[in-house]
Design a protein around this ligand. Structure first.
Ligand SMILES: O=P(O)(O)OC[C@H]1O[C@H](OP(=O)(O)O)[C@H](O)[C@@H]1O
Length: 323
């Protein structure tokens, strides 16, 4: 049941993230920060403690939607750790400021990352993509803006076919696009210059957590000698993995894989639908961030610089202070 304290925008955003109407790690982060902002703007809390408690409840509601993309908790951390003030008005202003700053930084980071990624692409290059990643597309967009001619082989990316979104967006950029089924990827790998994917999370050891199918693609790409680059803003770096935590892989509903008619036909056959997989760092050539490109094994240095060794969960109520 919806929490009556929560602003309708928080509920709506949480529902849209869970149903994947809002999807892609960066768009999810922006939506979550904006939802906290809406909660702050219209909060009717009478006391500073009440205001903070409601913002944390909104954070918990958003955090509980999807488990794999770390951009979501990183967005909540950014905003909630900057919530500061002695009065409701002061607290409200701090949340609005932090949310606006976060979204602004996100936009700038993607543009900066795009410029870094574009430097790896030469005029005439052919790129293979998997799923739909706004960070990955920013690299191709920047290359096209530099006047480079780029063509693309786009994997459709079952079960939700987000490759179709990539195909349309690349076509609109003027890229020559060929759409293929996922199982055709190996056949085309010898004829592409790069595999370019996004990331939902990057672990401290440089592992790439991305849409299911990425790891098989990366192994095949290595076998064919095709370099693989992952475009990932630093909000995709997973700080919990610094202390040994693993990244939870989201299991989604079987209805994304089989329709109800097929479900009835196949009877008691189990269907599983993992949304992501883990690509070991040795299969990834470069992680492209707004801070430059990194070999996966060195990403831990950047993570320590950005997060330190400890990260909080500012959406949790401090012990003994529930309201
Ligand atoms: O942040 P951007 O680059 O847009 O997307 C990053 C990743 O998010 C997507 O996951 P989903 O479609 O939300 O399950 C894909 O796995 C994509 O590579």
């Amino acid at each position: 049941m919806a929490d009556p304290q929560l602003h309708p925008t928080v509920e709506a955003t949480a529902t849209e993230i869970a149903s994947m109407e809002v999807r892609g790690a960066a768009p999810i982060a922006a939506a979550a920060a904006s939802a906290l902002r809406a909660q702050a703007v219209e909060s009717t809390a009478a006391t500073p403690a009440g205001f903070e408690s409601t913002l944390r409840a909104a954070g918990r509601r958003l955090q509980a939607t999807r488990p794999t993309a770390v951009s979501l908790p990183n967005a909540l951390r950014y905003v909630l750790q900057r919530m500061d003030g002695e009065t409701v008005g002061g607290l409200r202003a701090s949340v609005i400021r932090a949310a606006d700053e976060f979204v602004d930084r996100l936009d700038r980071a993607q543009a900066d990352l795009g410029a870094v990624g574009a430097n790896r692409l030469r005029d005439g290059d052919r790129v293979m993509t998997h799923c739909h990643s706004t960070d990955a597309l920013a690299c191709i967009e920047a290359a096209v803006e530099q006047g480079k001619g780029i063509s693309a082989v786009v994997k459709e990316t079952r079960p939700r076919n987000q490759g179709h979104i990539t195909a349309r967006e690349l076509r609109d950029l003027g890229v020559d696009v060929t759409l293929i089924v996922d199982s055709a990827a190996r056949r085309y790998l010898g004829a592409v210059d790069h595999v370019l994917v996004g990331a939902d999370s990057i672990a401290a050891d440089g592992s790439l957590i991305n849409k299911i199918g990425t790891s098989g693609l990366a192994v095949n790409a290595r076998d064919r000698g095709t370099p693989i680059m992952a475009a990932a803003q630093t909000i995709k770096l997973h700080p919990d993995t610094l202390t040994g935590h693993t990244v939870e892989i989201e299991m989604r509903d079987e209805s994304e894989v089989v329709d109800s008619e097929t479900r009835a036909e196949i009877g008691d056959i189990a269907v599983e639908n993992p949304a992501f997989d883990v690509t070991p760092p040795r299969y990834v050539d470069a992680i492209i961030t707004e801070r430059g490109q990194f070999p996966p094994e060195s990403i831990v240095t950047l993570m320590r610089e950005l997060f330190g060794e400890s990260v909080g969960e500012p959406w949790e109520e401090p012990t003994g202070e529930t309201e």
